[in-house]
Write a protein of this length. Structure first.
Length: 420
């Protein structure tokens, strides 16, 4: 189905479903407060009053050292990177409805290898319409001008600079709650537009074959078994349409897929809060030369409140992702994350994190396995000023005849954030 027609149908369905669909207190999960969520009014700022709106400006700056900026196994290159990241949010203060605007610029200046210096831009807006008791509509959009990390498996390794791309997205959703039942429907359109890169030594690295639009439609039916526990069924459909088609490119990379999940959402006593779901996913490709991808699906996000000062978070997911590698239909992305936040002092939070990833490519013989770890500490120096220091470790092993680069990466640095 053509993307524009599909999106129109999806949003039409959203509006119709709005008479029977959104949020409410029966499904609130605010019994517990994690370390990262805990308010600290003595260190927080109130922003700038603009009448019916509040302006929340901030500036983050910092310096870090990376011992392998190109993510290579051998002939590694290190560098110091200076960061400056101004951002602002304008948020409404209305008793009903909500309107929000955001903008940011994120510049990273490499002090030795200046060709790696990048600047990302983001502008966006979100709105919520409270149409009545238990019924709300949400919609918004965002535009980002981004640079692809050197660690991305789809990015070419022989370009003089990181690959740039634009990402534009719009979304709409409706949610309806009646007694113990909540029904939600959402639709999102994302448009990717990649820029060609320059090859080291001359030539052009063409990236137009990666330009695509992705439409996602998601529906969820949830039933509250008790005030602190609910069960749900969730169904999602996606349509992925590439701009370039044969004979301009060798293969038709268009695909569509679905995901079916059953799960539970809970906030039990003062110990644990989260959501866990399992199910099945399937992605079917137009080209007979690109194998379909299917298998079990999982999504988990669980917080354990060991004490009021310590929060343990465990996350996991399994999803189908697109690949820019020739011959690959895509890959199954398996991710796991284990994090501990500890409030050592009122103004000092320490965080330790372990990550694991396994990308199983289809259509080519390749499997990427990643391990990572981060230790950080955030000190609130005074109202509106915070200092974060961190160490990051990343390791990738790529297996198979079409395997990519193995690498190990160490990074240490600090950032200072100023808020008004």
């Amino acid at each position: 189905m053509h993307v524009s027609n599909f999106l129109g149908l999806a949003f039409t369905f959203c509006i119709v479903a709005g008479t029977a669909a959104a949020q409410s207190s029966s499904f609130d999960r605010n019994r517990n407060v994690s370390v990262s969520e805990r308010p600290k009014p003595e260190y927080q700022t109130g922003g700038v009053d603009l009448g019916g709106f509040t302006l929340l400006p901030e500036l983050t700056t910092g310096l870090r050292y990376n011992d392998n900026i190109f993510a290579r196994r051998t002939a590694t290159t290190d560098d110091f990177i200076f960061k400056v990241n101004p951002a602002a949010i304008i948020q409404s203060k209305w008793s009903r409805h909500s309107l929000r605007f955001n903008a940011s610029v994120d510049h990273n200046e490499y002090l030795d290898v200046s060709s790696e210096s990048i600047t990302d831009y983001t502008v966006g807006s979100d709105a919520r319409l409270d149409a009545g008791r238990g019924l709300s509509f949400g919609f918004g959009g965002e535009f980002q001008a981004l640079n692809e990390p050197r660690t991305n498996s789809s990015t070419p390794t022989n370009t003089t600079k990181p690959i740039r791309y634009d990402l534009a997205s719009v979304y709409g959703n409706v949610t309806r709650e009646i007694n113990r039942v909540r029904v939600a429907l959402s639709s999102t359109l994302r448009d990717y537009n990649y820029k060609n890169g320059q090859i080291i030594g001359g030539g052009t690295s063409l990236q137009d074959d990666r330009d695509r639009q992705i439409v996602d439609v998601n529906g969820r039916f949830e039933y509250a078994v008790s005030p602190d526990t609910s069960v749900f069924f969730e169904a999602a459909y996606n349509d992925r349409s590439y701009d370039l088609q044969p004979p301009v490119v060798a293969l038709d990379r268009d695909s569509d897929g679905y995901e079916l999940l059953v799960g539970t959402n809970f906030d039990l006593t003062n110990l644990i809060r989260g959501e866990v779901s399992v199910g099945y996913l399937d992605q079917s490709f137009q080209s007979p030369f690109l194998p379909n991808i299917n298998g079990f699906a999982v999504r988990a996000n669980v917080e354990w409140f060991v004490t009021q000062l310590t929060t343990v978070t465990v996350k996991g997911s399994r999803s189908v992702e697109d690949s820019g590698i020739q011959g690959a239909s895509g890959f199954l992305a398996n991710k796991a994350n284990f994090k501990i936040d500890h409030e050592l002092l009122r103004n000092l939070v320490l965080t330790g994190q372990l990550t694991y990833g396994l990308d199983d490519f289809k259509g080519i013989d390749r499997e990427d396995e990643r391990f990572g770890g981060t230790f950080s500490g955030t000190v609130l120096l005074r109202r509106g000023v915070g200092l974060t220091f961190y160490y990051l470790y990343a390791d990738q092993t790529s297996r198979g005849t079409a395997g990519g680069s193995d690498y190990t990466n160490n990074e240490v640095g600090f950032t200072i954030k100023f808020q008004r």
